[in-house]
Design a protein around this ligand. Structure first.
Ligand SMILES: C[S@@+](CC[C@H](N)C(=O)[O-])C[C@H]1O[C@@H](n2cnc3c(N)ncnc32)[C@H](O)[C@@H]1O
Length: 357
């Protein structure tokens, strides 16, 4: 593959003369490619192995991880030139401690390399998305082979039980005493499982459309007697006055008809119940999101997943950047008279709507 533009292939001098916009595009190209290589480092265990900060040759890193030397060498080339790992005069590579904090499955300060996996989840559907631009329609959930793997990993960054429960006074005491809790669009049920383990007197239910996600959720929670998972299209959810606490984690905006789901949640809640909806934070108007640090990622992931999976179910394709203003409007329309919006320090991506009737 080559970049057949004379200004680019003429070398550094010519590149330095590029207009800032074109130089920025080169930067985007580099970073898009590096996101894939970061994802590979995450999935192969290379980052976790390199957390020791030792400097080793590619052959030694390959030996230590049991991976193919030629692949490890090429990957280290991408990582070194991107400034992720260092290279010394002897050709040994090391992962600096200040980078290791954010890289690998066991990254102590949250796995940013785990988030890079989204690029690989989206890339295989590009051609289907291009077709949708011409013909309309959507790409179904089933087209994304690693979606639930990566979503579950993202939950390690975004779900903090103490911070989330701390949004509602006395909620921990009620959970300790025993209440009925529902998680709608629960995926593999990680958040619900953590809560069910911690609060044995409460009863936990998770609904999701995906039979595969629910099968995994059941497997992982098999030792717990206070949790159940149900395959359900939540557009058809008909519970009434059944739950004291309802959660959605990143599960409103990609529904076929989010307004229907919000009404279903409102109906399922007991009169003194509370609904905590975690969803992507943005403004509703694109022009107001120009300074949002994650906006290009949010709009792109929406285009290639959240919006299109909703359209594929015959839905409205609300989109991930539906925004706080629209969220407040829709929550009010669903019958939630009191809505507080919070941001939590550990979670740069989401808003937390605490809603009561
Ligand atoms: C972005 S994922 C979030 C999953 C999970 N809450 C988490 O945080 O890991 C959205 C979830 O909504 C589920 N979903 C989408 N449409 C649904 C529907 N109509 N009924 C029930 N679940 C649905 C998907 O299968 C998926 O697991």
């Amino acid at each position: 593959m080559c970049l057949a533009h004379s200004k680019v292939i003429d070398g550094f001098a010519a590149q330095n003369e590029l207009p800032a916009f074109a130089a920025g595009l080169i930067d985007t190209l580099n970073k898009g490619a590096v996101a894939m290589a970061l994802s590979i480092g995450h999935r192969t265990g290379l980052f976790d192995a390199m957390r020791s900060a030792e400097a080793k040759s590619p052959a030694d890193w390959a030996r230590e991880t049991g991976l193919n030397e030629r692949y490890v060498t090429e990957w280290l080339g991408a990582m070194a030139t991107a400034g992720i790992v260092s290279i010394d005069e002897a050709g040994r590579y090391a992962l600096p401690a200040e980078h290791a904090r954010f890289l690998g499955v066991d990254a102590p300060d949250g796995t940013m390399s785990g988030m890079m996996q989204w690029i690989g989840v989206l890339a295989p559907v590009e051609t289907q998305i291009v077709d949708c631009f011409r013909k309309g329609g959507g790409v179904p959930y089933s087209a994304y082979s690693r979606f639930h793997d990566v979503m579950e990993e993202e939950g390690k960054l975004t779900f903090d039980a103490d911070a989330t429960l701390g949004l509602v006074p006395d909620l921990v005491a009620k959970l300790e005493a025993g209440i009925d809790v529902l998680d709608v669009g629960c995926g593999r049920g990680r958040a619900l499982r953590i809560l069910a383990e911690r609060f044995p007197n409460s009863r936990f239910t998770g609904y999701d459309l995906s039979a595969e996600a629910i099968a995994t959720a059941r497997d992982k929670a098999s030792g717990l007697g206070n949790i159940r998972f149900v395959v359900l299209d939540c557009m058809k959810m008909d519970d009434e006055d059944a739950f004291d606490l309802v959660f959605t984690f990143d599960a409103i905006h990609d529904q076929p008809h989010p307004a229907v789901l919000l009404r279903n949640i409102r109906r399922a809640l007991r009169s003194d119940g509370v609904y905590i909806g975690q969803d992507i934070w943005a403004h509703t108007d694109t022009a107001d999101n120009l300074q949002h640090p994650l906006a290009p990622f949010i709009y792109t992931i929406s285009l290639m997943h959240c919006m299109t999976v909703s359209l594929a179910q015959g839905g409205i394709g609300l989109g991930a950047a539906w925004g706080e203003e629209k969220a407040r409007e829709m929550l009010a329309e669903a019958g939630f008279g009191k809505v507080e919006m919070h941001r939590l320090e550990h979670d740069i991506q989401n808003a937390y709507y605490v809603c009561r009737t």
